[in-house]
Design a protein around this ligand. Sequence first.
Ligand code: IMP
Ligand code: MG
Length: 178
Amino acid sequence: MNKVKVLDKEFVVSITKDKIQDAVRKMADKMNADLKGKDIIFMGILNGSFMFAADLFRQIKLDCRITFLKLASYQGTTSSGNVKRLIGLHEDIKGKTVIVLEDIVDTGITLDNIKKQLIGYEPEEIKIATFLFKPDAYQKDIPIDYVGIEIPNDFIIGYGLDYDGFGRNLEEIYTLAV
Ligand code: IMP
Ligand code: MG
C-alpha cells in the first residue's frame, strides 16, 4: 500500500517498516549499552509514542520500568492556550534516570514543556529519546539523547502519528502527497 487517503488528504509512504524497525533496534542497542546499572524509568508520551514505545521496550535488556504520561490542556479560567499539564505521573521519580519517549519532536515546544515539569519531581537525570526529529523545525536547545530518524519539515502520519486522530495504525510512515 504505497498511497493512503486519510480524511481529505492523500499520503505516500516515506519510511518503510524495515527502516522503522532498523532505527528502533539501533536506539535500543545504544540505550542497552549506555544505561547499564542506572535506576531507569521510561516515560512514553501519549498518544503518539505508544507504538514506538512498545517496539523499543521489547528490545531493552535492562532492569527497568515503563509508564505513560499525557499532556492535558488546563481546564477552567486559568486556561492559557499552549500551556499543558503533564498527567498520569504516579511513580516516584526522585533520584531516578527518566527516559522520555516521544514519537516526534517538531518545534520542541512540547518537549520543553514536559522537561520543565519533570524537573520539578527531582529525577537524577532526564534523557530524551524521540523516534522522529525534524531538525529544520526545532526551536529549542534541549539536547536530544536518542534520535531514531531525522526527517524533513513535512507533515507525516503512521506508526502512532495521526492526522486528526486517524492514521495511527499504519505500519509505515507516510508523508502528505503534494
Ligand atoms: P512540537 O512542535 O515539537 O511541540 O510537536 C508537538 C506534537 O505535534 C508532537 O508530539 C506530535 O504529536 C505532533 N506533530 C508534530 N509534527 C507532526 C507530524 O508531522 N505529524 C503528526 N503529528 C505531528
Ligand atoms: Mg506527541
